[in-house]
Design a protein around this ligand. Structure first.
Ligand code: NAP
Length: 289
């Protein structure tokens, strides 16, 4: 049991709801392993109380915190500085106090690219297809641009949301030069061109484990060396990734993204390397026993 004293420094996560967040488990596991005098706490904060909560955090000396639904966008106006990555995503998931004010970034991008970076490939001639155009898809697009992907196709089912998604990048040529948006009907003709297929929809997530965002027949259309990446981490694997593995494709689930975004946040707060294995293992234990 960690001994909390008057000197223990506070980290945490704000959101509503925040009760089911896995971040306290992995962050406190890393904190314990490092033996640093910090504690990471979930703070339920309603939309209407966000500004007051941040002011309160400053007063009581919170060192940094993660942000989850519904504050990832609205917090941006309350920060004194936002990194270019977070500006591109349009959302902040990690905040720290830099002496003069709160600074925010988005470590989902780092989390998403981590398993792809490990492959040490040149992505410049490659094509990605991204299923979904919600919040996570935005971090994925920024990550794919950072990795240097040649083209990125977004699949969405709602015309207005697709148009809005595309238009928010209008002043970012680094993104618009890669990006095309499509309806799901286009998938059969796009899939044979893809080197990477990413699911950012919640289709297939527990408890709807028998659902897949693409059929086994469509997975057959992918190249034999294509990669299937599902942002979902429960179940592991999802039906989508099972289809991909059955086809002999490389399959990546969302656990590593979750671990790596958390590790990147903790590194910012502690300014030292963090034990990623411990974080990964604590999450696996929490999720799968
Ligand atoms: P979101 O903002 O609500 O976006 C969800 C997207 O999926 C939207 O484009 C939505 O389309 C689409 N969608 C939802 N249901 C669909 C269906 N039945 N058929 C087709 N499209 C559907 O959610 P998010 O924050 O991006 O999160 C998406 C998923 O990523 C969740 O499963 C979440 O757990 C996961 N995630 C994982 C990590 C990680 O660290 N591994 C991080 C972030 C998110 P409409 O807008 O048309 O409904």
């Amino acid at each position: 049991m960690k001994l909390i004293t008057g000197k223990t420094k506070l980290l945490g996560i704000i959101g509503s709801p925040v009760e089911h967040s896995l971040s306290p488990v992995m962050q406190n596991a890393a904190i314990a392993e490092l033996g640093v005098d910090y504690i990471y706490v979930p703070f339920p904060v309603e939309k209407i109380n966000l500004k007051q909560a941040i002011m309160g955090f400053e007063v009581i000396g919170v060192q940094g915190f993660n942000i989850t639904i519904p504050h990832k966008q609205s917090i941006m106006t309350l920060l004194s500085e936002v990194t270019s990555t977070a500006k591109m995503v349009g959302a902040v998931n990690t905040v720290w106090y830099n002496g003069a004010g709160w600074k925010g970034t988005n470590t989902d991008v780092e989390g998403f690219v981590a398993p792809l970076k490990e492959m040490a490939r040149d992505w410049s001639q490659t094509t990605a297809i991204v299923l979904g155009n919600g919040g996570a898809a935005r971090a994925v697009v920024v990550g794919l641009a950072e990795l240097g992907f040649g083209s990125v196709h977004i699949i969405g089912r709602d015309r207005q949301k697709l148009v809005n998604f595309y238009q928010t990048w209008q002043n970012m040529p680094k993104i618009t030069k890669l990006l095309k948006v499509h309806y799901p009907e286009t998938l059969p003709e796009l899939l044979p061109t893809a080197d990477l297929l990413v699911n950012t929809t919640p289709v297939g997530m527990y408890p709807h484990i028998d659902a897949s965002p693409v059929s086994a027949e469509l997975i057959e259309q992918l190249k034999p060396d294509a990669i299937a990446y599902d942002l979902i981490y429960t179940p592991s694997p999802t039906k989508f990734l099972r289809f991909a593995s059955d086809r002999g494709l490389k399959a990546i689930d969302g656990l590593e993204m979750l671990v790596q975004q958390g590790a990147a946040a903790l590194e910012i707060w502690l300014q030292q390397p963090v034990p990623i294995n411990t974080m990964r293992n604590s999450l696996k234990k929490q999720l799968f026993g």
